[in-house]
Design a protein around this ligand. Structure first.
Ligand code: PGA
Length: 254
């Protein structure tokens, strides 16, 4: 975790090992000219985490060399087991993710709620597992009701909440983002109702064409002394490294 702008590439259920390798290679090659205050986190399918860990951490890897220039990348998971390690066939426990160097974990993404029936209760149990294993949870919610009621009982400095209106999530590569003013309105309201110190992200059709508009939410304004958001979660536009880099560059020129 850092004071940098956090941009999470949510690959969802996409990419083979070979494709992930190509992505990293392209990302490194094309990122030559940017040094900035952005932390990129790759929320990869669990099948790719070990591979990515090795790609990102080998001291002689081009990525590590780039990191020395200011670009950093961390690993995120898209989900975690509600249970600890043990007799839970098929589950991936937070401790296992932590062992792979995972720093962040998405929880309660609308696709998890919609297709896998996840509830706030599940989200809270998973949140505890993450915190116990030093992983920062990113709770995804489209309304205040989707944020677990007990959120105020957890250390706020470790928590992120991602505002992701389901209607704004891209469908088959077609973008339909919420407008920046309406994201501002919703998150300002949440900031007033939730404990101070929680950081917010926006996700839903973020792409190179709208990143400039959204960048305005990253800085404190006259009516609000803290940034509205601390970063973004990018789904479809993160699958292509070139497109994803255009988003990062859009941020750094703001
Ligand atoms: P999208 O997905 O950027 O493709 O809209 C965002 C998300 O669901 O995390």
């Amino acid at each position: 975790m850092s004071g940098k702008i956090l941009v999470v590439a949510n690959w969802k259920a996409n990419k083979t090992v070979e494709e992930a390798g190509d992505w990293i290679y392209q990302f490194i090659v094309q990122s030559s000219s940017f040094v900035n205050q952005v932390e990129v986190a790759i929320a990869a399918p669990v099948t790719l985490l070990y591979f990515l860990k090795n790609k990102l951490s080998t001291s002689l890897s081009p990525f590590a060399l780039r990191s020395a220039e200011g670009l950093t990348a961390t690993l995120a998971a898209q989900d975690v087991s509600p249970y600890p390690i043990g007799q839970y066939t098929g589950a991936i426990a937070a401790k296992m993710l932590s062992d792979l160097g995972v720093t962040y974990c998405l929880l309660g993404h609308s696709e998890r709620r919609r297709y896998f029936g996840e509830t706030n209760k599940d989200v809270e149990v998973k949140l505890k597992q993450c915190l116990e294993n030093n992983i920062s949870p990113i709770v995804c919610a489209q309304s205040l009701e989707e944020i677990p009621e007990n959120i105020r009982n957890y250390p706020v400095d470790k928590l992120y909440i991602m505002y992701e209106p389901e209607s704004a999530i891209s469908t088959n590569g077609v973008y339909h983002a919420e407008s920046a003013p309406s994201v501002r309105k919703v998150i300002t309201d949440w900031q007033n109702k939730l404990p101070k110190g929680i950081r917010f992200l926006y996700g839903g059709s973020v792409n190179p064409g709208n990143i400039r508009d959204f960048s305005g939410l990253l800085v404190p304004s006259a009516d609000c002394l803290v940034p509205i958001i601390s970063g973004f979660v990018v789904g479809h536009a993160s699958l292509d490294p070139e497109e994803f880099l255009r988003i990062i560059k859009g941020l750094s020129c703001r």
